[in-house]
Design a protein. Structure first.
Length: 161
């Protein structure tokens, strides 16, 4: 499902395989708090790399100041929701590069637990979080991909003795 959406981003076609698109220079910049968005970004990287694209995968927390989204054909910005907010390292980067991002083909990959369910209220909540992200960063992504995040009981403090 997600790969299909990624492929559509690259080709603007409804069908076909990723190998049909000519090689592109792709940036995947991600933020993660517990590692799930890194895994998702790595998965995207590996599939796009398999399809012979040139893919740069960067953790927003370690992004170099000179990194410029306009140097890429396609940019994926990925971040996860924590208390209805995305990672500050991602929102900071997007805020600094809002203008550049609006001049390239770019998509926002939003990772959340709300995306895992079918609750209408949760879906409305997600739209609000993305709208707030767009308002604070100044970048309104033309494409938003909602990806289901992970819920790991054992890792949460309230289950620890
Ligand atoms: C403290 C905390 C707060 C969270 N807040 C939200 C939230 O507001 N909305 C939501 O849909 N998911 C929420 N989640 C779920 C995360 O988005 C999900 O676990 C995601 O996989 C985390 O990605 P990461 O490992 O890249 O940080 C929350 C998770 C935690 C641990």
């Amino acid at each position: 499902m997600m790969l299909r959406a990624v492929w559509q981003m690259l080709s603007r076609q409804e069908t076909g395989s990723m190998h049909e698109a000519s090689a592109m220079n792709i940036l995947i910049l991600y933020g993660t708090t517990e590692g799930q968005t890194r895994k998702i970004a790595q998965f995207m990287h590996d599939r796009l790399d398999d399809a012979d694209h040139r893919v740069t995968l960067i953790d927003a927390a370690a992004a170099h100041g000179s990194l410029d989204p306009r140097a890429f054909d396609v940019v994926f910005i990925a971040a996860s929701l924590h208390m209805e907010r995305y990672q500050p390292a991602v929102t900071g980067f997007v805020h600094r590069h809002a203008n550049g991002l609006s001049h390239v083909k770019a998509a926002f990959v939003s990772v959340s637990l709300a995306a895992a369910g079918h609750d209408e209220e949760d879906k409305t909540g997600l739209q609000k979080c993305v709208a707030e992200f767009a308002r604070t960063t100044g970048w309104t992504p033309k494409t938003v991909l909602h990806v289901a995040g992970a819920f790991r009981f054992a890792q949460y403090d309230f289950f620890k003795s």
